[in-house]
Design a protein around this ligand. Sequence first.
Ligand code: C2E
Ligand code: CA
Ligand code: CA
Length: 651
Amino acid sequence: MRHLVTFLSLFRIAPDRPDLHIAQIKSVSRQAPLFFGIMTLNAALLVYTHAGVAPAYLTYLPMAVVGSVSVIRCRAYHRLSKATLDAAVAYRQLRMLNAMVVVLLVSLLIWCLALMSFGDVYTRMHVMFFVVFGIMACVFGLLHVRSAALMAVTIALPASLYFFATGNGTLRAIAVAFLALAVTTSYLVFVYHRVFTSLVQQTSELRRLSDDNLRLANVDLLTNLPNRRSFFSKLQAVLSERKESGFEVQVGLIDLDGFKPVNDTYGHPAGDALLREIGSRLHAFCDEHVFLARLGGDEFGIVVAAPGGCVPSAELGASLAAALSQPIRLAKGVVHVGATIGFAAALAHEDKPDRIIERADSALYHAKANARGSTIVFTQDLDQALRRRDLIVQGLRQADLEAELLVLMQPMVDVVRNRVVAFEALARWHSPFLGLVSPSEFIPVAESSDLIQPITELLLRKALAPVSLWPLDIGLSFNLSARDIISPHLVRRMGRIIAESGVTPERITFEVTETALIGDFEQAKANLEGLKAIGCRIALDDFGTGFSSLSYVHRLPLDRLKIDRSFTSEMESVPVCQDIVETMLLMSRNLGLGCVAEGVESGGQMALLRSLGCETMQGFYFHRPMPIERVAGFLERFADSALVPGTACAA
Ligand code: C2E
Ligand code: CA
Ligand code: CA
């Protein structure tokens, strides 16, 4: 029984070999025209020898059926040979093939048996030849499909028996030879099936390996995102397809903020876990239009290819940054990282990735320098700003700073006692190539190019030089940059210069902004305490523009708050600004701190501030920043006049 089941299974299509099924149908499809061609030719020859010998319904009619079936099947197999087959279709086709072989061969056999009763010995021999030839052609045509080939061979058995049963010696000899041929052919079918199966298996294995290799070469194993190589080939591909797709192409570069400290503090396994989490968050953004890749380290790349305006880069950047800045739970604790993103769009006929990536990189660089955690899209204005920045970097490197840097002084006035209490030193760079450059432009550039330290020292020296000539009750305010404030040598450097100047430290106030403190709060706080310890005073500049003002005020050793110009200028027109100024004044009074209102430009502003209780003010209303050599004259004029400004002169 078991043997019978095994035997019968040879005629069935095993359902669990999808690769084999596809390969079998592909081979059959390729050979179909040959097979059906030979069958049709032989049938036609059979009709030729039996025309007029046998009735028409046994010649032309079967011939028409054989021809039509051949044409229909050939066309069907031709379609299959071109199509990408899935396993289910291949399996269905194989089962259909098995059924078709049985029907076809049995029909041919019946046709031949019917023809045997007509004609002479030659025509009968021809019928016999047709049977043997037809079965063998079928076996060889279907060699790739064992079940179908075996079915064809099996038909040889009843055919041989029929010939044997005729009792004719010649036919019997042919029947025996036919049977022997059928047995040998069966053996060949088995051998060929084994070879073909193992060939298909090897090919599948090879394809799997090469798919794996392809994956390894294109995927970042840590995050499972596409890697740098994929990023470039994707970008190249979407650029090349732009003519057909009509898509707008944009490139984004993401840089994580705060990854290095996590890696340094918690170790590399924690860094890896963090990157994996970042990878999975980025995965959630991938779709048919958005492609994300890890470029290396903590850098990721985005390729957007979508119909114009469909995926706005600024919005995508904001969503990405928001997703990445959510807390990340690691084995050793919860950490926070942020993301800064630069985007650039491909120009109309741009078909190479390099320049687009360069522009996205510029936008990222700009974002990192000016607005960490934000997304900046490259624009022509940004391009100009970056070119200007490049000019400033080069200009500063070549500059004779001693000769080109100068300091202007702007008075701070006590409007109650009607006297000047201090001057704020404001830097200027007189470049022979760029003209007069504002500190708002060149100080940030100096900060990012390591020139800030010598520049700050030089400016402090220049600012202190005239102070010993001023009345003793007039102080000097000096601005420190963000980089100065977190320098571990700040106190020593400033202390040395102050000592050399001979000015008592009590006359000097260092101005710092809140945003500058955020970089490294503890170091900044230690520096401010160090400066206080040597006798200097500290003012919090641009007060109200930072995002956590109140939390800083009580933790820092401050002497004075400077209310930012934006509140002073809006105070008269925007009631909320007036409320804010009032609150700041109240707060400074409660904390025992001095308060200076900056940017006072009109008598109205001065009067309003005065009515709110503000005593010390600074602004164009009193005087614009002036060259050092004009300070003495200004002080003289100021002492002579009552507080009737409008005497402001341009610096
Ligand atoms: P800041 O410390 O807030 O300086 C005040 C700025 O407001 C100065 O601009 C000043 O000229 C301007 N200003 C004063 N009164 C008025 C007014 O009534 N109306 C208007 N519209 N503006 C007024 P400046 O000199 O261009 O300096 C810009 C910024 O550059 C400063 O802002 C400060 O943050 C920085 N800076 C200036 N000098 C230095 C320096 O020596 N070292 C460092 N690190 N930064 C400096
Ligand atoms: Ca200032
Ligand atoms: Ca200010």
